[in-house]
Ligand binder design. Structure first.
Ligand code: BTN
Length: 259
């Protein structure tokens, strides 16, 4: 207990510290000694009361402090819960936006397919859509995925020849074709070679003969990586390639898009 020590008492002059009553009736104190003893007793009680009060205040402070800490903790937990709730809500809204966007894209694609089907069945000139598998005169193969409503497509190119001294790997291509008028449309695509530092761009046009056979007449630029700018002049090659379909596809397959 704070400040709980016993202070000196008049008993110091008379022996052990005990109230007069407990010392037996045979011992009589003088009036002044008795006054001192009472005075001391009063002081001792005062000090005890003070000590109790200090202790009480100390405990009260501690209790308040604990309550404040608990309140802080509760507030922190509330804030944390609110933050989690907001985060979940944001995620939900984001998913909803994505879902709506996907739906809109699907609807666009569906409209595009309907329009193509209408064109085909109306006896209009045959449409050329690049979707499918193609081979050129060098023996290189490319597969083009579904063309979307905006005419964009992606695919894979497996070249039969290479200037790079590395094993040939299938490489990604990305491009677009005109879809506003599908009669013999022009197109362009880029191949980013996976096994070399080079890039090739192709531009061309899809032609269709009377039998409905499609031919892609293309020109390409193959850009090699020059060691320095001094070699820039020799870093680009140019050439032509003619592609023909290696697998017949019906319209339904050729316009389905996952892009
Ligand atoms: C390279 O050599 O760095 C990558 C391969 C390049 C192949 C070219 S692209 C133009 C031409 N047409 C093909 O089918 N292959 C070659």
């Amino acid at each position: 207990m704070p400040g709980g020590g016993v202070v000196g008492s008049p008993a110091n002059t008379e022996g052990p510290l005990t109230p007069a009553a407990s010392r037996g009736s045979s011992q009589r104190s003088s009036p002044s000694l008795e006054r001192m003893r009472l005075e001391w007793e009063r002081e001792r009680k005062m000090r005890e009361l003070e000590d109790h009060e200090k202790q009480r205040q100390h405990e009260e402070k501690q209790r308040q402090h604990e309550q404040e800490e608990k309140e802080k903790q509760r507030q922190h937990e509330r804030q944390e819960k609110e933050r989690e709730r907001q985060e979940k809500e944001r995620e939900r809204q984001e998913k909803e936006r994505e879902r709506q966007h996907e739906q809109q894209e699907k609807e666009k694609q569906r409209q595009h397919e309907l329009e193509l089907a209408r064109l085909r069945s109306s006896g209009a000139p045959a449409a050329c859509i690049l979707t499918g598998a193609w081979q050129n005169e060098l023996g290189s193969n490319m597969t083009i995925s579904a063309v979307n409503g905006a005419g964009q497509f992606s695919g894979l190119y497996l070249t039969a020849v290479s200037a790079a001294e590395k094993p040939i790997l299938e490489s990604p291509l990305n491009g677009s074709q005109h879809v506003d008028n599908l009669e013999q449309p022009t197109f362009g695509f880029t191949v980013k070679w996976s096994f070399s530092d080079s890039t090739t761009v192709f531009v061309g046009q899809c032609f269709m003969d009377d039998q409905g056979k499609e031919t892609l007449q293309t020109m390409w630029l193959l850009r090699d990586k020059a060691k320095s700018m001094d070699d820039n002049w020799i870093a680009t090659m140019v050439g032509t390639n003619v592609f023909t379909r290696i697998k017949e596809q019906n319209l339904g397959e050729s316009v389905r898009s996952d892009l």
